[in-house]
Every structure is written in structure tokens, then in C-alpha cells.
Ligand binder design. Structure first.
Ligand code: NDP
Ligand code: PYC
Length: 337
């Protein structure tokens, strides 16, 4: 591992902004992307922090992304807000659709935000956290590229297909989980490959379908799902809901569209928002109390809630800044040369 350098969060944001805008990204896209990259680095989600600047710039240079695309909104049904990203990145489209999603969830009890035609690289917890910050329950999912073999197979069919959920809690951080339906995000295997570190068995298969601890061999072969056939079924569900159902590309189609360019996957995303006030009416307090009882039953026995590590990292990073590998900073600086 190379030397670690301490940066404050403003420096992280400014670095991402500079690298993106110097490579032609429009300022509003660059800001939306830099916001999310900074959140990733802040919460020590290294696979989706500053490392993603490299992938975004590679994608810009592939010529596939429209760096100035303007998202447009349509309303195919009262409960569905659809944002076409027009082959720009997903994050500006999310920012465009969020207020409408919130408004419709409050009106109807449940609403969906469909993002289409977007390049998508980001962790999903910033998005479900933004929904929970409005007092709503959030669920989000997206395909990626067909890197992951179905349980029992050895060839990529599914994306790493993350699934994220957030439940708002009165006066405290929401209950949030956000995980790839592969054993681990691909970004983590890429970071292992960058550092020449072995990966645990269960993350990937080599090109001959044999379990491997070699990160590069797993990137060239196929990744594995988490929880065997269960992760495999969830990954298939995400292909269906956030691909076929919303009329956008599956992970296999996205990989074919990339045609070896090495760009960020291009596909759609599906987000759902539920308004507890609509579901519970006068029983809101009772519903919240029962949710808290559930969380206490987890933590009272010494188990931790998902995202507890991230929230602790967030506080630490806001106070002390973040530590970034010099090698990564050098690679980012080179993009601006
Ligand atoms: P992890 O396996 O690191 O974490 C998954 C979740 O499990 C987190 O919410 C984590 O909370 C929680 N968790 C971990 N350990 C425990 C524990 N012992 N007890 C309770 N909860 C626990 O994530 P992945 O590698 O699967 O995914 C990383 C990120 O990559 C995600 O944010 C995902 O959105 C993103 N991603 C994005 C893709 C895209 O196409 N846009 C594709 C694939 C992944 P905590 O963080 O607090 O540890
Ligand atoms: O880490 O698996 C991943 C990933 C895919 C697209 C963005 N992140």
C-alpha cells in the first residue's frame, strides 16, 4: 500500500470537481458526482469514493457519456415519476426527480422514481438516506454489467446489482442497508487488484470456472453472488424490476452496449418511497415504537445495525478528514495533466 495522505472533505470535493470538469463534465453533473464521491470517501466506502473519479473520467474519454445531458421528467402514471438522463450520469437525474418522488409518495402513500438511460457508478445509500430525510421509507436498486455468475453457473449474467433500504427514525440516523447482490462490490475486487492483494474464496471464479483468490483472475472470470441461490434470485429480481420492467437495459445488454470501452455501466434505476404517515395514520407513534423495539432487539444482544460503521466513519471524517492513498491521488492528478 502506498503512503496515506490526509485530506479534509472540502479538498476531496474540490479534487473530484476539478478532475471531472477538466475532462469536460458539465458543472452541475460534476457537482452531483463530486457530492456523492465525497460522501463515499467520508463514510469509508472506498470502492465508491475518490477511486470512482478514475472510472468517471475513463467513461468520459470513451465518448459514450453525454457530459452536458439535461434530464427530462415525464409522468407515465400518477405514482410514477420517470426521469430520462439522456445518457448522462444518474445523479443529476436523481436530484431532478427526488422532490417529485417525495411529493407523490406523500400524496399517494407509495411512489416510484424511474431513472432511465443513465450511466451509473454510485453507492445507493446517499439516495435512500435522502428519501429517509424526508420522513419516508426508501428502497433503491439498479443493475450494472453482467459480471456475476448465477449460483451453479460460471459465466456472468447478472450485474453486481445493489439493493438499498432506509427507514427513518425520529431524532437519530435512519436504519439503512445497502449491499451488492454479488459477494462484494466489483470496485472492492478492483481495489484488491490495484494493491496486488488476494481476495477471499467465495468472491470470484477464474475464466475456467474455478474458485480463485486472485483478484485479477476473478475480474477476468466471473464474480459470485452473496448467499448462493438467494443472492442469485435477488440479482435476477433487480434485472427484472430495474431493467425489463422500466424498459431499460439489463446488465448483459449494458455490457454489450459498452462494447469493451470500459465505461461505467449504462442502464436504469428504480427507487420506491413509502409514506409511513399514509400507511399508519393515527397509529404512527405505535408503528415507530414497534420499529424501535426491533432495532433494540438487535443491538441489545451486541449485534450491530447495518450502516453503524458508516455513520461512525462519517463523524470521524468530518472531524479528522480522510486518509487517501498517494498512488490514487497521483492517478487522479495525471487525469488533469
Ligand atoms: P458491504 O458488504 O461492505 O456492506 C453491505 C451492507 O451490510 C452495509 O449496509 C453494511 O453496513 C452492512 N454490514 C456489513 N457488516 C455488517 C455487520 N456485521 N452487521 C450488520 N451490518 C453489516 O457492501 P457491498 O460491497 O455489497 O457494496 C458496497 C457499495 O457498493 C454499496 O454502497 C453499493 O450501493 C455499491 N454498489 C454500487 C453498484 C452500482 O452499480 N451502482 C454496484 C454494486 C455495489 P456498514 O457500511 O456500516 O458496514
Ligand atoms: O462496485 O460493483 C461495483 C459497481 C458497479 C458499478 C458501480 N459500482
Amino acid at each position: 500500500m502506498s503512503e496515506l495522505i490526509n485530506l479534509d472533505l472540502d479538498q476531496v470535493h474540490a479534487l473530484a470537481m476539478r478532475a471531472l470538469t477538466r475532462n469536460g463534465m458539465g458543472a452541475d453533473h460534476a457537482r452531483a458526482i463530486a457530492d456523492t464521491i465525497t460522501q463515499g470517501q467520508r463514510d469509508e466506502c472506498h470502492s465508491h469514493g475518490l477511486y470512482r473519479v478514475l472510472v468517471c473520467v475513463q467513461s468520459l474519454r470513451s465518448g459514450k457519456v453525454d457530459p452536458l445531458a439535461r434530464p427530462t421528467v415525464s409522468r407515465p402514471a400518477p405514482s410514477i415519476v420517470s426521469v430520462d438522463a439522456h445518457r448522462g450520469y444518474s445523479l443529476l437525474a436523481f436530484q431532478t426527480g427526488l422532490p417529485l418522488l417525495v411529493e407523490q409518495a406523500r400524496e399517494l402513500g407509495v411512489a416510484a422514481l424511474v431513472i432511465r438511460n443513465c450511466f451509473h457508478f454510485s453507492a445507493l445509500w446517499p439516495e435512500v438516506e435522502a428519501i429517509a430525510a424526508e420522513g419516508l421509507v426508501g428502497l433503491a436498486m439498479t443493475p450494472s454489467h453482467a459480471w456475476v455468475a448465477p449460483e451453479g453457473g460460471s459465466k456472468g449474467v447478472f450485474g453486481t446489482n445493489p439493493l438499498a433500504f432506509a427507514w427513518p427514525r425520529e431524532g437519530r440516523e435512519p436504519f439503512v442497508f445497502d449491499f451488492a447482490t454479488s459477494a462484494i462490490a466489483r470496485g472492492d475486487i478492483e481495489l484488491h487488484a490495484r494493491q496486488d492483494k488476494p481476495i477471499p474464496l467465495g468472491w470470484g471464479l477464474d475464466a475456467n470456472g474455478r474458485p480463485t483468490t486472485n483478484a485479477r483472475a476473478a475480474l477476468e472470470g466471473a464474480m459470485q453472488t452473496f448467499g448462493g441461490h438467494k443472492g442469485s434470485a435477488l440479482a435476477a429480481m433487480i434485472e427484472l424490476l430495474a431493467g425489463a420492467l422500466i424498459g431499460d437495459m439489463t446488465s448483459a445488454e449494458s455490457l454489450a452496449f459498452d462494447a469493451g470501452a470500459g465505461a461505467t455501466p449504462c442502464h436504469g434505476e428504480l427507487l420506491l418511497a413509502f409514506d409511513p404517515a399514509r400507511f399508519l395514520g393515527n397509529a404512527m407513534e405505535e408503528g415507530q415504537r414497534r420499529a424501535e423495539q426491533l432495532f433494540a432487539a438487535i443491538t441489545d444482544q451486541g449485534a450491530r445495525l447495518p450502516s453503524q460503521r458508516r455513520f461512525a466513519a462519517r463523524k470521524r471524517s468530518e472531524r479528522e478528514g480522510v486518509w487517501v492513498e498517494q498512488a490514487l491521488l497521483d492517478d487522479i492528478e495525471r487525469l488533469m495533466a
